[in-house]
Design a protein around this ligand. Structure first.
Ligand code: B12
Length: 464
């Protein structure tokens, strides 16, 4: 074997994910696997999702060691660090890639990575693996898109790797390298439907200040509609899924492309139910009609805040009104809506929180998720608050989520905001529902006033 690819995500060790049970395969390393195999390299994937770290460590110890390539994102960092330690100890050459390592080059090298891959991994690994297997230190300098330390400790960062121009020319993810049926089985067991994932594009050109663009920058490359339809058709034939997730950043970003894709699906008679993420400003009546026609049952929309002032500070490029209209359009076409909201972005105050609560009450999505904003290294938001960020854990066991931002409101304040939002929305639903239950309403009203009092009382407490 020339390279073993893996990722540090262990589903059975994640109490939150065990409640959700909606796993998807790591498409990035499957794309890399397909590419490297097409170039004649011998590649294996250790899919950690359903495995234990001990199984992976046993495999690494068993050897024979060659190159191990590990995908890392901000949540998997502690696991990746541990895998690096074991792999180094067992004599492997170690490479890390994905959205996080390029933002923490020194730390990952210190943690045992021999090489960090910056950006897309396919072509870089095609050149890098033979160099690592040949132990030619000098040849490393000729591989673009990497960072490493020389034997005297000098940090070398080679010129950036050009992005793959024609992503249609790339092979589809090597799903056969893992047991995809296990993912479908888990979905079916917990949700009654087996789901597959695919992507139609790479890169997001928008500028939301908190979003990480480490891998694809702000470029955008699309696949041809027919190629995506081919992949979907193949997935249906091969795995008989009941649904799909179009895992793009903004699925309806390009309307011309989207209508062509829909026409292609209709021509082939493909109507697999699916869900996707989009932006409110990329949903028009015609787009939403078409989404419904081709089987979309839920659209997830990043709403983030109901306060236009905060949306503008985020450089979101969307208005709260556009979100309300988009959700209403989806509802009128029978498409469910999910909304993502963020508390605690820079400058957010009580009035903005109240605006968000009003916004969610009025918009009334089927489901919404909230997060307290966390600055991902490499983003403009991180740069803005960097001098006030305090890590709650050591780097190797923490993540960019486990931080405290000095002078921001306290965790308790955001916890009140969250409870207030949820009870206000529930109250609104009860009031507008078919059977008005006076005692339930009174109970909720009392909660609402308690939570609002808590929010006001904690508003002056800023993180020290
Ligand atoms: C799908 C997805 C998910 C799925 C993951 C399912 C899965 N297993 O794929 C779900 C919904 C579960 C998810 C969850 C989260 N996600 Co997410 N997700 C995405 C999304 C939209 C697409 C991923 C994808 O398939 N990309 C397509 C492939 C081709 O790209 P890629 O994975 O980056 O791989 C390329 C390179 O990174 C590189 N590469 C990848 N692996 C390796 C390995 C080696 C060895 C090398 C050399 C190179 C290399 O080469 C690949 C091919 O070119 C991305 C955004 C994006 N567009 O990438 C966010 C993204 C990865 N997610 C992100 C985040 C923050 C999260 C969450 C923390 C969110 C949360 N608040 O809970 C969680 C973390 C979950 C966890 N425990 O790991 C961030 C990560 C930021 C960071 N710096 O780490 C991203 C980048 C979004 C963003 N812009 O902020 N996510």
């Amino acid at each position: 074997m020339d390279i073993l690819l893996t990722h540090g995500y262990f589903l059975y060790e994640d109490p939150k994910e065990l409640q959700i049970m909606k796993p998807y395969p790591p498409l990035g390393i499957l794309y890399i696997c397909a590419h490297l195999r097409s170039k004649g390299l011998s590649v294996e994937v250790f899919d950690s999702t359903f495995s234990s770290r001990q199984q992976l460590f046993d495999l690494l110890h068993q050897g024979p060691p060659s190159v191990v390539g590990i995908y890392a994102n901000l949540m998997t960092r502690p696991n990746v660090v541990e895998i690096l330690r074991v792999a180094k100890h067992a004599g492997w050459k170690t490479v890390v890639g994905g959205p996080e390592p390029s933002a923490y080059i020194d730390e990952y090298l210190e943690a045992g990575a021999d090489v960090i891959v910056i950006g897309e991994g396919e072509v870089t690994l095609e050149e890098l693996v033979p160099v690592l297997l040949s132990h030619s230190a000098e040849a490393l300098r000729k591989v673009n898109g990497i960072a490493f330390r020389t034997s005297d400790g000098t940090l070398v960062r080679t010129p950036p790797r050009d992005q793959i121009r024609d992503i249609d020319a790339q092979p589809w993810p090597a799903r056969e390298a893992i047991d995809l049926t296990r993912y479908l089985a888990v979905w079916r067991e917990h949700h009654g439907m087996g789901s597959v994932s695919l992507i139609t594009a790479r890169g997001c050109p928008y500028h939301c200040r908190w979003c990480s663009h480490e891998v694809f920058g702000k470029t955008h490359r699309r696949r041809k509609p027919a190629s995506v339809a081919d992949e979907l058709e193949w997935l249906i034939d091969r795995y008989q899924p009941e649904m799909a997730w179009m895992a793009d950043d903004v699925f309806t970003i390009h309307h011309g492309w989207f209508f062509q894709y829909a026409a292609e699906l209709k021509r082939r008679g493909l109507t697999l139910p699916f869900e996707c993420i989009s932006r409110a400003d990329r949903l028009t009546p015609q787009v939403v009609d078409t989404l419904a026609e081709i089987g979309c049952f839920r659209v997830w929309i990043g709403s983030e805040s109901g306060s236009q002032r905060i949306l503008d500070a985020m450089e979101r490029g969307v208005s709260a009104e556009e979100v309300r209209l988009a959700v209403a359009m989806c509802k009128s076409r029978g498409i469910k809506t999910g909304m993502f909201l963020m508390w605690g972005y820079e400058g957010e105050e009580l009035g903005d929180i109240e605006a968000t609560i009003e916004h969610v009450k009025r918009t009334d999505p089927d489901i919404f998720f909230t997060t307290v904003a966390y600055p991902i290294k490499g983003t403009p938001y991180f740069a803005e608050v960097a001098d006030r960020v305090e890590n709650l854990k050591a780097w190797n066991v923490g993540s960019d989520r486990e931080v405290r931002i000095r002078k921001r409101h306290s965790r308790q304040f955001y916890s009140f905001a969250d409870k207030l939002l949820r009870s206000e929305v529930e109250l609104e639903r009860l009031r507008n529902g078919p059977d008005v239950d006076g005692s339930a309403i009174a109970e909720l009203q009392s909660k609402v006033s308690d939570f609002r009092a808590g929010l006001t009382a904690t508003a002056h407490e800023l993180e020290a």
